[in-house]
Design a protein around this ligand. Structure first.
Ligand SMILES: *Cc1c(COP(=O)(O)O)cnc(C)c1O
Length: 370
């Protein structure tokens, strides 16, 4: 094994998509593979999704959609986040990528690209229902709908939105946003746009709000075997299997005496003689520095706490005085299979599993297991 590797269990991703599909009822899945498949590798994960029968892929950026096309994906793909003048819009129209429309300017830009190619571009109207991120605000719905209905260069195939708090237990915002979404759908129909596909939900929505699944659900985190919020159920409770396991070779073992400090800033000092293990991965690899002195690693079912601050390329763990035959070169697991789920690591780092997996850096090789 190299210094460190993110082992990617493709069979687990396939399994997780089956779990999500079973919970999604009649809704089709859109597998969300943006941000390099949440750090797992976009192309391999997209391939697994297609093998699992997933009809839609979702990405944030037009460039991500084009990468999927370049890799040979010929199915439906939606790209939803782009700014005016994005150089990839025309190529997306040419490559039959569905594009999201969040403003009149976006509508005009796609329509111009379509006209120049003498073809119709497929678009999904994004309405803001309360997240206040991208999406057409309610005050502009009527004008944008009228423009969409009148434009010959565009084929409007869907209306969609995104929930702010489907993973927050006890929120009333989901019901509120659903109502706003229903209002947008009704207005679209009265503008002559009927029979549109409707999509609103992400992973947490599939798990908690069957009435918000509509025609398509956009599933990201669940596919990767991570719970959107462990209070809604851990990944194991939900029947999901971790896809990424972060492994590292134990690079050194060293005895230190009582009173000796470890790592930058002397944030931890040995209270008795102990053995310190050197773990050659750091914040440049995506290990959160905020996990310093809080998270732990696992070897053969035993856990060892991080001591001292996480550095750019390495951190240390306290192996205790009797480290059970541990040797330099042994495989240490940070999170994933046979270890804590990434959600536990995330909690120790004051963040969410999403952030930890998506930030594992390119210099950590991905090793694919099928
Ligand atoms: C990233 C993203 C998703 C996927 O959300 P998960 O919580 O990972 O399932 C769905 N929809 C939009 C608009 C997104 O940006």
């Amino acid at each position: 094994m190299p210094r460190a590797a993110a082992v990617i269990d493709l069979a687990a991703a396939h399994h997780n998509l089956g779990v999500m599909a079973a919970r999604a009822g009649d809704a089709e899945l859109m597998a969300v593979v943006k941000a390099e498949g949440y750090g797992h590798g976009m192309i391999p994960l997209a391939r697994v999704a297609r093998e699992a029968g997933v009809t839609w892929l979702g990405v944030a950026l037009p460039s991500e959609a084009l990468e999927l096309r370049a890799a040979g994906d010929t199915g439906r793909i939606l790209a939803w986040l782009w700014a005016a003048g994005d150089p990839d819009i025309a190529a997306c129209v040419a490559a039959d990528v569905d594009l999201s429309v969040s403003s009149m300017a976006a509508l005009e830009e796609i329509a111009a690209a379509a006209k120049a190619q003498s073809k119709r571009a497929r678009v999904h109207l994004k309405v803001d229902t309360g997240l206040s991120r991208n999406g057409v605000p309610e005050s502009d719905w009527a004008s944008v709908l009228a423009a969409l209905a009148a434009n010959e260069d565009l084929e409007v195939v869907a209306i969609w939105s995104h929930l702010s708090s489907a993973d927050v237990i006890g929120t009333t915002s989901v019901a509120d946003q659903r109502q706003v979404f229903e209002r947008a759908i009704a207005l679209a129909e009265s503008a002559g746009l009927s029979g549109l596909l409707r999509h609103l939900g992400n992973t947490a929505t599939v798990l908690a709000y069957p009435d918000c699944q509509y025609d398509i659900v956009r599933v990201g985190i669940g596919m990767y075997g991570v719970s959107p919020n462990p209070q809604m159920g851990t990944a194991a409770d939900l029947g999901l299997r971790p896809v990424m396991t972060l492994r590292v070779n134990l690079a050194g073992i060293k005895r230190i005496e009582a009173g000796v400090s470890v790592s930058y800033g002397e944030t931890w000092t040995a209270s008795e003689p102990t053995l310190i293990g050197l773990i050659p991965i750091g914040y440049a690899d995506g290990v959160p520095r905020s996990a310093s002195n809080r998270a732990h690693v696992s070897v053969n079912g035993r856990t060892y706490p991080i001591v001292g601050t996480v550095a750019m390329d390495q951190f240390m763990v306290d192996l205790g005085s009797n480290p059970d035959g541990l040797q330099v070169g042994d495989t240490v697991t940070l999170f994933g299979r046979d270890s804590d789920p990434v959600e536990v690591w995330a909690e120790h780092a004051d963040t969410i599993g999403y952030e930890v997996i998506t930030r594992i850096a390119p210099r950590v090789p991905r090793i694919y297991e099928s």
